[in-house]
Ligand binder design. Structure first.
Ligand code: GLU
Length: 448
């Protein structure tokens, strides 16, 4: 039987997700949807001190907001007895051994190895302890942590992005699976979960390549079938710097609060660093159809907020009112109607910018007056009949006739006075939305 394609996104709930984390989630989601598979959210929360429910909630909110629906979710802290059970199996099979070194002793050992120009690999000294020696250490109050005994063979796999990956034998320290306080560690829990949940494809950042090497041995040790692995290049900041959860600027929550469209983010992340053209992608289904691991390369990929702004702007400027209305309502802009939306959408970068033009049309702004005599005389020429899309033309023609002004010298002072800005939507569309009384007051230099 061929297993249903199953992927997972496995964040630790120790901070807010940033664009790099979401890129990994997106790849896994797109891959599973592309193959009519299953997508699992797994919360790696065995670090009880740093994991917080509050972060779990935002992780789920972020995924929902982006439309990255998951078919089920699991929490590692709820599976501790299962890890213990599998640990006991490895213990019976003599694949784990107790070690008694303290963190300081280990650090010293690594330091010495480095000083001698050797790789800092654990020397397995605990493996040679006799039973009485172990007992003696335990009597002194030392509790053991447990390491997994790696085999003496080279490790290799065919990575779906990196191709053939090979590590010669003895490249790694035997990984610690259980801490001295009995808490299982990620290297181990991740393998048990991937095996139990029938994960078929693990797509994650290249910072996990070494983990994969040791985890492949763990899959074999518990007689589980191995998923296939794909390690993508990491997303960096604009100068190649590592993104971090602490870099508030690229957290998904912040981008959401700044009014970016979820589709702008997913389109950008799906296509950054590949040859695909984002302008072809206008919904998540198109992203699914276009997705292939073959499009992902090994070169580092840079995230620059201006790319996101560009894609976001395009999405908004093309957005029909029916789609914009519910989003504007979420921003408490309930009164926005289609005429206003169509007049301003080409001049905003994010939906929250709508308020700028809302204030220009219906709220209060401070006019920018450079030539008060000119704007005051223009005010007196404003037509009295009901304003429509021809009013701007009729009025500016009359002002031109009266003052002899043309082009920028004619239009710009009027725009500055009426909108308080030097750029914006076409005045022929904006003027009819501004109440005549308010327009007159602004042309006379009053805040209105
Ligand atoms: N919790 C791990 C991380 O956030 C999961 C890595 C993985 O196995 O995908 O890096």
């Amino acid at each position: 039987m061929v297993n249903r394609v199953t992927t997972r996104f496995a964040p630790s709930p120790t901070g807010h997700l940033h664009v790099g984390n979401i890129r990994t989630a997106l790849f896994n989601w797109l891959f599973s949807r592309r193959h009519n598979g299953c997508f699992i959210l797994r919360l790696d929360d065995t670090d009880a001190e740093r994991s917080k429910r509050e972060f779990e909630t935002t992780i789920m909110e972020d995924l929902n907001w982006l439309g990255l629906t998951y078919d089920n979710h699991h929490r590692q802290s709820a599976r501790l007895s299962r890890y213990q059970e599998m640990f006991n199996k490895l213990k019976n099979d003599k694949r784990v051994y107790p070690c008694y070194e303290t963190a300081e002793e280990l650090a010293l050992m690594r330091q010495k190895l480095r000083a001698a120009g050797k790789p800092p690999i654990y020397n397995r000294s605990a493996l040679n302890l006799s039973q009485p020696e172990r007992q003696k250490l335990e009597m002194q109050g030392r509790s053991p942590h447990w390491r997994f005994l790696l085999s003496e063979t080279d490790i290799s796999w065919k990575d779906s992005i990196r191709g053939e990956v090979r590590f010669p034998r003895n490249s790694f320290s035997d990984p610690v699976l259980l801490r001295a306080d009995g808490m299982p560690l990620y290297t181990f829990t991740s393998v048990i979960d991937d095996a139990d949940l029938n994960v078929t494809h693990v797509i994650r950042g290249e910072d996990h390549v070494a983990n994969t090497a040791v985890q492949l041995e763990l899959f074999a040790a518990i007689s589980a079938s191995k998923p296939s692995f794909a390690h993508h290049a990491l997303l960096t900041g604009p100068n190649g710097e590592a993104l971090s959860k602490r870099l508030g600027t690229s957290s998904i929550k912040d981008l959401r609060d700044q009014g970016f469209q979820p589709l702008a983010l997913t389109s950008m992340l799906a296509t950054l660093g590949s040859s695909q053209d984002t302008s072809l992608l206008s919904n998540l289904s198109e992203l699914i159809t276009a997705f292939s691991l073959d499009n992902l390369g090994r070169a580092p990929v840079q995230f620059d907020v201006t790319t996101l702004e560009r894609i976001n702007t395009r999405l908004i400027q093309e957005m029909p009112f029916s789609k914009a209305q519910p989003l504007l309502q979420e921003l408490n802009l309930n009164a926005v109607d289609e005429e206003f939306w169509l007049a301003i959408r080409a001049n905003i970068n994010t939906l929250t910018d709508t308020t700028i033009w809302w204030d220009v049309c219906y709220g209060s702004i401070e006019p920018l007056i450079e030539e008060s005599l000119f704007t005051a005389s223009a005010a007196r020429l404003l037509p009295n009949d009901r304003w429509n899309s021809t009013t701007w033309k009729t009025w500016t023609k009359a002002v031109s006739n009266a003052t002899g002004r043309k082009g920028q010298a004619l239009f710009q002072p009027l725009r500055l006075a009426l909108t308080g800005r030097d750029q914006g939507p076409e005045m022929k569309n904006l003027l009819p939305l501004i109440e005549p009384k308010r327009a007159r007051a602004r042309l006379h230099g009053h805040t209105a």
